[in-house]
Design a protein around this ligand. Structure first.
Ligand SMILES: C[S@@+](CC[C@H](N)C(=O)[O-])C[C@H]1O[C@@H](n2cnc3c(N)ncnc32)[C@H](O)[C@@H]1O
Length: 269
């Protein structure tokens, strides 16, 4: 197990660089995750690892560390009621004459969330309307972003996708006996993947955005980082736009002008 002094120093660095708040009960998890980096670098102790990290002027190791520390669990159509709501508001906006849409998947992990958004939107788009639609998908982890932009998923990962959508938006491949599904260009064209640290607002986007998904990301942040992030989301969202948080994330006790319209869906107050 990692020693106290090293854990505290690493925890400070992770917080400062990513906003991720590693609480005491994460010590065993952090030890296990950092062991991957120790092995990759041929180091024996976490103390040696800390020294290596502090001496690495390129900043590359910091990126690797945040890659292994962050939890990237995600699924296609996770918390499916959010996608039903997204579909409804999108259709309403199109019917009202809106043709340009800018949406954001903040903390997109390996891409399942923005690709799910893209499928829902394309499916909901009425035949008469031509729209200019873009989804910005960002994450702090370079590893997940690489997987997201490749857009190749194992068979078990695509189980949650309704069959009709799977055959329409994915190409099935078999390499060395293993079946994979690749996202079609039609979906890829709508999405732009970028690295962005949510703990460091203000962000370079101007807005206004129609929709922001930031689900199951803020759980790793403390109150201070959450408040700043919500303030920035408030600035970027259009007046009748929507912010989607994870169902297990509550903003009670947090200073914000966002007002709930459904469980874990917010609009400007
Ligand atoms: C549990 S996943 C959630 C993925 C997806 N939003 C969902 O709900 O399925 C959390 C993601 O947040 C990212 N993350 C953590 N800290 C971040 C930060 N400071 N800036 C940007 N992304 C961050 C992680 O790399 C990870 O991919």
């Amino acid at each position: 197990m990692i020693d106290r002094k090293t854990f505290d120093r690493l925890r400070e660095i992770v917080y400062e660089k990513s906003g991720i708040n590693l609480t005491e009960n994460k010590k065993a998890l952090v030890t296990a995750r950092l062991n991957k980096r120790l092995r990759a670098l041929g180091l024996k102790t976490h103390k040696e690892y800390l020294e290596y990290l502090l001496n690495d002027k390129s900043g590359d190791e910091l990126i690797h560390m945040i890659d292994v520390i962050s939890t990237n669990v995600t699924r296609f159509f996770r918390e499916s009621d959010h996608f039903d709501f997204l579909k409804k508001v999108f259709v309403r906006w199109v019917e009202m004459g809106q043709r340009r849409f800018r949406m954001w998947s903040a903390g997109c992990s390996s891409g399942e969330e923005p690709y799910s958004m893209a499928m829902v939107l394309l499916e909901a788009l009425p035949a008469y309307a031509e729209v200019d639609l873009k989804i910005l998908a960002t994450d702090i982890s370079t590893q997940v972003l690489e997987r997201a932009s490749e857009g190749v998923y194992e068979e078990k990962k695509v189980m949650e996708i309704p069959r009709g959508l799977l055959s329409k938006y994915f190409v099935r491949d078999r390499t060395d006996g293993e079946v994979t599904y690749s996202v079609s260009d039609r979906l890829k064209r709508i999405i732009v993947f970028r690295r962005l640290n949510l703990a460091r607002p203000p962000f370079p986007m101007k807005g206004p955005l129609d929709v922001i998904f930031c689900r199951n990301v803020m759980i790793y942040f403390d109150k201070y980082v959450r408040e700043n992030l919500l303030e920035e989301f408030y600035r970027l969202l259009k007046d009748d736009g929507y912010l989607f948080l994870g169902h297990s994330e509550s903003i009670t006790g947090i200073k914000t002008n966002f007002r709930p319209v459904r469980p874990s869906i917010y609009t400007k107050g």
